[in-house]
Design a protein around this ligand. Structure first.
Ligand SMILES: Cc1ncc(C[n+]2csc(CCOP(=O)(O)OP(=O)(O)O)c2C)c(N)n1
Ligand SMILES: [Mg+2]
Length: 354
């Protein structure tokens, strides 16, 4: 006889709807709301500047965060200073929230590895270009922090496409088995380059994958800064208190091209993009703030000017960096270079001399 032995449900969290109307308490003070909004505006300005710099030939291939402002800023904002943040390649906004100087982010996308040499007070890993590798690194970090008895949590970002990589399942499995203080944040932006979300999994949600690994999953409106913050903060608190991992699926959309090397109009309909433009995360928070008298045109103008100065100053600093010596790149992978790397480095240095 067959009988039911388990039953599941997956919740969806939205606090701020598309019109900026709030259905629950924002877990942020007025000052914090302003700070989050300003960081979102700054992230968007940084992003627009980065795309333009690439078009001018002053930056290499760059992955735009447009549409991810709430997903990146509000989640990183929930981290405590000592928590670990493990990003994918798209979390430029999260890096800004963590305080990584913007000139370093430009430097990295300009092809100079030194842009990801984290300041020593940062518990932040560099961008991970290989898709889906960083959740395993995050497991190692979270496991180490648990063994050391540190009361900190770790947060790892990855995309919907990354969930098709075995590594991501392995990481979630390990985190569940060892009850690790790790929050998995899947930024489901509906696309992995030209492959739609429907081709990554037959499951209705990504959040439900957590259930198979023995912990909870929640789908969150990723364009809603309040929901992203509340969900991340709560998951981080539980992780720090010893309740183990969680999976948060941030349901959002990549408004730009995959990277500056891509043309998304070749594989997705403009009508789909237009629908998501209406859900713009920055605009949504602005509408809320306006209704609460936290936003005026005058404030926006002054604030935008302040943010623009920050970005321009970062561009100027980036432009004044002396390029890395050819061949130095080989020194960044291991504390002691392998024989192969020594050989490759010598080749490059010799080339430089000829
Ligand atoms: C292991 C690996 N395979 C393939 C690629 C090429 N690649 C870069 S990004 C990407 C898609 C990633 O999609 P998703 O995980 O949804 O993240 P998103 O780009 O949407 O932020 C692919 C296939 C890569 N960088 N690494
Ligand atoms: Mg994606």
């Amino acid at each position: 006889m067959e009988k039911k032995i388990a039953e599941f449900s997956v919740n969806y969290l939205q606090v701020l709807d598309e019109n900026g109307e709030c259905s629950g308490p924002a877990e942020l003070t007025k000052d914090q709301i302003k700070e989050v909004y300003e960081l979102m505006v700054l992230s968007r300005m940084f992003d627009e500047k980065a795309v333009n710099l690439q078009r001018e030939g002053r930056l290499g291939t760059y992955p735009s965060l447009r549409g991810h402002e709430a997903a990146q800023v509000a989640s990183a904002y929930a981290l405590a200073k000592k928590d670990w943040m493990i990003p994918s390649f798209r979390e430029n906004g999260s890096m800004i929230v963590r305080g990584l100087p913007m000139e370093m982010i430009f430097q990295y996308w300009g092809g100079d590895e030194r842009g990801q040499k984290m300041p020593l007070d940062q518990n932040t890993l560099p961008f991970a270009i290989p898709v889906g590798t960083q959740p395993l690194h995050a497991v190692g970090i979270a496991w180490a922090s648990k063994l050391a008895g540190d009361k900190i949590a770790s947060l790892v970002y990855f995309g919907d496409g990354a969930t098709s990589e075995g590594d991501v399942s392995e990481a979630m499995n390990l985190a569940g088995v060892f009850n690790l203080p790790l929050v998995f944040v899947c930024v489901n932006n509906q696309w992995a380059i030209s492959v739609p979300r429907g081709k990554q999994t037959a499951a209705k949600t990504i959040a439900q994958k957590a259930i198979a690994f023995g912990f909870g999953g929640l789908q969150v409106d990723g364009n809603d800064a309040f929901a992203v913050y509340a969900a991340t903060k709560s998951a981080l608190e539980k992780a720090r208190a010893g309740f183990g991992p969680a999976l948060i699926e941030l349901f959002t959309y990549r408004l730009g091209n995959h990277t500056t090397a891509d043309d998304a109009s070749k594989y997705r309909e403009k009508t789909e993009v237009d629908e998501w433009v209406k859900k713009d995360p920055v605009e949504r928070l602005r509408k809320y703030m306006e209704s609460k008298k936290l936003w005026t045109k005058g404030y926006e103008e002054k604030m935008a000017e302040r943010m623009k100065k920050k970005v321009d100053s970062a561009v100027a600093k980036y432009g004044s960096v002396t390029p890395e010596q050819a061949g130095k790149i080989f020194e960044y992978t291991y504390s002691e270079m392998t024989k192969n790397l020594v050989g490759q480095q010598k080749g490059v240095s010799d080339e430089g001399k000829s």
